[in-house]
Design a protein around this ligand. Structure first.
Ligand code: ADP
Length: 170
């Protein structure tokens, strides 16, 4: 078994998952550790382009990505997942697929208020206007992890500090 891990970053849209994932990958790149980022937006343009945002579709989305993580980890690649993954059961199933020793659950725990203020993709204003149904935090639930390996509050931690916290878990 390789020492490859899956960092599973969960949190609301705009919480900082993608930003932290890319910065963590850069950190791994400098040390020569093979690593891939699986970003929810990218996944949904290809591998999961056929899926919507119902609870069932979100579960399938997570299931597919979890199996990709397992394949990558089996081949020695560390994976950083940046996906809202709002349902605790889906994340638990992902952990079962990937393996308990490899799965590192990270809650990017930025509050809805801050995410909405940032609104980096303009999605919250669209959701508030009723233009996006089933939007996590507004019209769809987010189930926070009960016992994440790491909890990052980006209101008080810089991107660099978040990366340092995760790097120490690798
Ligand atoms: P997500 O992937 O969770 O939807 P993004 O990473 O796309 O979120 O967007 C988060 C936004 O918050 C970016 O504009 C980023 O620059 C900003 N931000 C501010 N402080 C932080 C921080 N400490 N960590 C991560 N992102 C931050």
């Amino acid at each position: 078994m390789t020492n490859a891990k899956t960092f599973w970053l969960t949190g609301l849209s705009g919480a900082g998952k993608s930003t932290i994932a890319v910065a963590l990958k850069e950190r791994f790149d400098t040390t020569g550790r093979l690593c891939a980022v699986l970003d929810g937006d990218a996944v949904r343009t290809g591998l999961c382009a056929d899926l919507g945002f119902s609870p069932e579709a979100r579960s399938e989305n997570i299931r597919r990505v979890a199996h990709v993580c397992k394949l990558f980890n089996d081949n020695g690649l560390t994976v950083i997942v940046a996906m809202i993954s709002p349902y605790a059961d889906d994340r638990r199933n992902a952990q079962a697929v990937i393996g308990e020793q490899r799965f590192i659950e990270v809650h990017v725990a930025t509050t809805l208020e801050i995410c909405e203020r940032r609104d980096p993709k303009g999605l919250y204003s669209k959701a508030r206007a009723g233009l996006i149904p089933q939007f996590t935090g507004i019209t769809a639930p987010y189930e926070a992890p009960a016992m994440p390996a790491s909890l990052l509050d980006t209101a008080s931690l810089s991107v660099t500090e978040c990366v340092a916290a995760l790097y120490s878990l690798a």
